[in-house]
Design a protein around this ligand. Structure first.
Ligand SMILES: [Fe+2]
Length: 423
């Protein structure tokens, strides 16, 4: 829905539909864009624009001015249903702890005994839930009635763990055996959706709803024969057609069970759509896809390509993210950048600015700590002529040089310098 707001209501995560400025008078390279970070927000406010039209189906909705804890929050409406604005009524409270990190802070991984304790707690919790969830998914396959009440509790527990340290659940779920894949992929996508939703600063009720949508996104796979899903060889065209039917099958299961929220139905149906309209099942283009569907597309692929599967070796997080950045037309690139920030991983090949001001390219990752990369410097603004490339292993040791931010838009000269140095 298009909503006119005043400049003071603007927040990171909102999707700007139009400004009361001539296109030529502002530095944003697209007419319509997501406000990615505080820097974008400051630039926008500095332009002196007073009225902005935002699209709350593609980003955050404005907060009501007199009711900071609304009973009803707007969430992305299902594509194709322009008249309908999906609403989510706050019902029974979900047992969660408040998010410790705001949208603009980096996740702080637990260390030492605290990490070990949370690993064990999360691992036991997932082990306990596995049978229950797989029974529920199995019932869905046989057309039996399903209830998401138990899943709500699991999503809340995953959410609590992501609150403490987003890497815990993701590390456990990454090591999937073949028979655990369906369950742990659902858990991972749930955790990734929650982590990304918090980075976007979404209301906690919406965060839980998106987590549940992540948990249920591949429900339709239960209707696909195992012999096709687990086939170790390449699928033929008929088999692909059957696999590609899983979003519609999942949507049909949820619809007939009347147990999915609008968000879960939307994500189930549209998590394989692509921004350029070449996805399936409906070939919907990016501007018509909901925020939830665009988030799910990113979380689903990231978990799939970083997991051990029968036909592919898993990619490291840094390599996976750099590949995803290179797939133009597949993902919402603005959202993907926020996803990268939410994980705190620097993709291989990306350019970063370090805390000492120098520019460097990420050339590897520290095997013991995936969020700490190895970088090669190529440009020092203080000393542009005689900067000697140097490899630096970024560490958590206080006082050492750190990554300040990822730089996506480089001048052609710096881009060439980065390429030449990292060869
Ligand atoms: Fe899927």
């Amino acid at each position: 829905m298009l909503i006119e707001i005043e400049a003071e209501q603007l927040r990171v995560g909102m999707y700007v539909h139009s400004l009361d400025l001539s296109w030529y008078n502002h530095p944003f390279w697209r007419r319509r864009f997501l406000i990615n970070n505080e820097a974008d927000l400051s630039t926008l406010l500095a332009l002196g624009t007073r009225v902005i039209v935002i699209d709350d189906s593609k980003g955050l909705a404005p907060q009501p001015r007199h009711d900071p804890v609304p009973d009803v929050v707007s969430i992305p409406a299902p594509p194709g249903d322009i008249a309908h604005e999906a609403v989510l009524v706050k019902s029974s409270p979900v047992p969660t702890t408040p998010a410790p990190h705001g949208p603009n802070s980096k996740p702080i991984p637990l260390v030492g005994a605290a990490r070990e304790a949370e690993m064990q707690r999360a691992s036991k919790m997932l082990h306990r839930s596995k049978t229950e969830v797989m029974t529920l998914f199995g019932n869905a396959r046989m057309g039996k009635a399903i209830s998401t009440r138990k899943l709500t509790n699991l999503v809340a527990q995953i959410s609590d763990s992501v609150n403490k340290d987003p890497t815990i659940i993701l590390n456990i779920a990454r090591l999937k055996t073949k028979d655990e894949y369906t369950f742990l992929h659902s858990v991972s996508v749930c955790a990734l959706m929650i982590n990304l939703a918090r980075k976007l600063g979404l209301d906690e009720v919406v965060v839980q709803d998106l987590g549940m949508a992540g948990m249920l996104h591949d429900l339709g796979k239960m209707a696909i024969p195992d012999v096709i899903l687990n086939k170790p060889a390449k699928l033929d065209e008929d088999e692909w057609r059957i696999v590609r039917s899983h979003p519609e099958k999942g949507h049909a299961i949820l619809s007939s069970a009347k147990c999915g929220t609008e968000t879960a139905l939307d994500v189930c149906l549209h998590h394989h759509e692509k921004m350029d309209g070449t996805g399936y099942p409906h070939k919907i283009k990016g501007e018509d896809l909901s925020l939830a569907a665009r988030m799910a597309a990113i979380c689903d692929v990231y978990d799939a390509i970083t997991s051990q599967r029968s036909y592919n070796a898993p990619l490291s997080g840094a390599v996976a993210l750099s590949k995803m950045l290179s797939w133009k037309g597949h993902f919402d690139q603005s959202l993907l950048r926020i996803f990268i920030e939410s994980l705190g991983i620097s993709p291989i090949g990306t350019v970063v600015q370090l805390t000492d001001g120098t520019f460097a390219t990420v050339i590897g990752e520290n095997p013991g700590d995936f969020s700490q990369p190895i970088v090669r410097t190529f440009h020092d603004p203080e000393n542009p002529v005689s900067c000697v490339p140097k490899d630096i292993r970024i560490s958590r040791i206080e006082g050492t040089v750190q990554i300040h931010e990822i730089i996506y838009d480089l001048t052609p000269e710096l881009a060439e310098k980065a390429r030449a140095t990292s060869r």
